[in-house]
Design a binder for this molecule. Structure first.
Ligand SMILES: C[S@@+](CC[C@H](N)C(=O)[O-])C[C@H]1O[C@@H](n2cnc3c(N)ncnc32)[C@H](O)[C@@H]1O
Length: 280
């Protein structure tokens, strides 16, 4: 598949499956942080947001660019609880519309706005316009992650912060394990590829960032996929999958591939933070 074909497939995936995502995950389309096992899905997702705010030192009232904003879950939380002004971008027109409606209902106009924009090309956005680049589980979909990170360095004001959560490749995987364990995840979830947390850190340093840190949260986010796999065991879902398109069946199959890849260390979940130095 070419880059353009993959981008089209990603847009169609999020457009078409948006009712499904909203029904299962609400306004957030990301892992939950299960610090205690009895947390609900929604509370665990909110816990992940709050942990990223703390870890990446997101200041109250920041101007935030939310890259791959989904249905606006993060931007709405940041606007509501932390007084931030957020601009969310997504490749999915359906998500941009859903997020705009949710913002009108929840936080009032102007504090969180959303538009369709391809994160592979951020040239339209102004230099040094943001205090925070917030990116939860979108960079996996981007081909040239090093270029994306260089763009973040341009878009941030001096002293600005990167707050990133990403599905990562485990360290030191050989080619055979990568194709056996990660290819099914990449195919099902429409990812050109994953990086290890260390590679993300290297790209951030190469782009001039300092205070680069990462935390491995794999064990605390893994219960998310137990919940997802349980959905596939429902009899009505099994029946539906029998008549679903090949694309949707691949997507569903990747739930189990994710669970397995976390279990055997082929995949890790990382929270990554960095700061653009002042006086550059
Ligand atoms: C797993 S969802 C995460 C959504 C959101 N960050 C959240 O946590 O709820 C991935 C998001 O990345 C977006 N995305 C994927 N490729 C993109 C691209 N090239 N440009 C902009 N957004 C993209 C999708 O539209 C979707 O909103």
């Amino acid at each position: 598949v070419t880059t353009q074909e993959l981008e089209g497939a990603i847009r169609d995936h999020y457009d078409q499956l948006n009712p499904f995502y909203r029904a299962l995950w609400g306004e957030h389309i990301h892992h939950g942080l299960f610090r205690t096992p009895e947390l609900s899905r929604a509370d665990a997702q909110r816990a992940l947001i709050e942990e990223l705010v703390r870890f990446a030192k997101v200041p109250d009232g920041a101007d935030v660019l939310d890259v791959g904003c989904g249905n606006g879950g993060s931007s709405l939380e940041l606007a509501e609880r932390h007084g931030c002004r957020c601009v969310g971008i997504t490749i999915s027109p359906v998500q941009a519309e859903a997020a705009t409606e949710a913002a009108a209902r929840l936080v009032g106009s102007g504090r969180a706005t959303f538009r369709v924009l391809d994160a592979n090309d951020l040239a339209d956005l102004r230099d040094e316009a943001y205090d925070v680049i917030w990116c939860i589980e979108c960079s996996e979909h981007i081909h040239d992650k090093a270029k994306l990170i260089r763009e973040w360095a341009r878009l941030l004001r001096p002293g600005g912060r990167v707050a990133l959560c990403a599905w990562c490749e485990g360290e030191g995987l050989d080619e055979a394990s990568r194709s056996a364990l990660l290819d099914p995840v990449c195919r099902g979830m429409l990812l050109p590829g994953m990086l290890s947390a260390r590679r993300y850190e290297e790209h951030l340093r190469a782009a001039g960032f300092d205070d680069v840190r990462s935390a491995d949260l794999t064990e605390e986010v893994r219960p998310t996929w137990d919940l997802c796999a349980a959905i596939l065991d429902r009899p009505e879902v099994k029946l539906l999958l029998r008549v679903a398109t090949r694309r949707i069946r691949e997507f569903a199959a990747s739930f189990r591939a994710m669970q397995a890849a976390y279990g055997n260390g082929a995949m890790r979940y990382a929270m990554i933070a960095a700061r653009k130095p002042r006086g550059r």
